[in-house]
Ligand binder design. Structure first.
Ligand code: HL5
Ligand code: SIN
Ligand code: MN
Length: 276
């Protein structure tokens, strides 16, 4: 469960780390069911692909689905995050990017922390993103592409387009890097896309440059991304805060479950905090 010294060094060096098949098939099946259920819940937390009915992203499922309330506290996720940040972390943002088969659109090249500094006045990039593959990810279904080491370049672009693509969240398109910026960075850093079986996990930095291509394959690429933030690094709202579904308000430190989330959900002592 704990990362080795070599793994933490790789994360610091590259800005991401792949943990292959970290979760088993049972866990993945339950997470997919919970996602299907959550897609039926209407509301602004559900973002559609442009001009289509298909789901592009759903936010804050951990506040509605017990499987995800368990997953954010699962020691296989929380222990590595606590090693990389501090023992006291909470969920700043939770999203599932659905990338449906035959038409899941691209996610433009960006750095997450640019969005969070601009929109939420988040003081420092003291976050770790944990991405859980809900499907097998290969070169065909739109894997996330990283520029290794680019998290050490600082914030490359701090501006936002005037016309937002979506009113529900900041689509990476709004803070996308320019072609010239990308060309320079890629010549320096190269590109890589971690792939693997459903249940694999990728930890990645809020400052790493990343994006992903459209999915024209017959396979979906559902990806749950949990952003953990240091509890001493809260957003400093200047005016109206963004909605809770996109920036979570429960900043109490998370404590790891004693067991994998499925065992905790089904065990005699119901360890996972109640969700509505
Ligand atoms: N959609 C996020 C938000 O906070 C920002 C993006 O991948 C994270 C850039 O609205
Ligand atoms: C994607 O789902 O491909 C993009 C992930 C992200 O921007 O965090
Ligand atoms: Mn991102």
């Amino acid at each position: 469960m704990r990362l080795t010294q070599e793994q933490t060094s790789l994360y610091q060096e590259n800005g991401f780390l792949l943990l292959e098949s970290a979760l088993g098939d049972d866990a993945v099946a339950r997470l997919r069911e919970a996602f299907d259920r959550d897609c039926q819940v209407p509301g602004p937390q559900r973002v559609s692909e442009e001009g289509r009915a298909e789901v592009r992203a759903v936010y804050a499922s951990h506040l509605r689905q017990p499987e995800y309330a368990g997953l954010i506290r699962d020691p296989r996720l929380l222990v590595p995050v606590q090693q990389l940040l501090t023992d006291d972390v909470y969920i700043y943002q939770f999203k599932i990017n659905a990338k449906p088969a035959f038409g899941g659109e691209k996610w433009s090249w960006h750095q997450d922390y640019a969005a969070w500094q601009i929109a939420d006045n988040l003081p420092a990039p003291r976050q770790v993103n944990v991405a859980v593959f809900l499907d097998d990810v290969d070169e065909f279904n739109g894997p996330v592409i990283f520029l290794p080491g680019s998290h050490r370049s600082g914030l490359i672009s701090k501006s936002r387009k005037t016309a937002a693509k979506s009113a529900q969240h900041i689509d990476p398109d709004d803070i996308a890097l320019t072609e010239d910026q990308l060309t320079g960075l890629v010549s320096e850093r190269g590109m890589t896309s971690p792939k693997g079986r459903a249940g694999s996990i990728v930890l990645f930095s809020p400052e790493i440059v990343h994006g992903s291509a459209p999915n024209m394959s017959p396979f979906p690429r559902r990806l749950a991304i949990m952003t953990y933030n240091d509890i001493t690094n809260l957003p400093c709202w200047a005016d109206e805060p963004r909605p809770e579904y996109v920036v979570c308000r429960d900043t109490k430190p998370l404590r790891a479950l004693d067991a994998p989330f499925l065992d905790a959900l089904e065990g005699p002592q119901h360890e996972v905090p109640y969700v509505a």
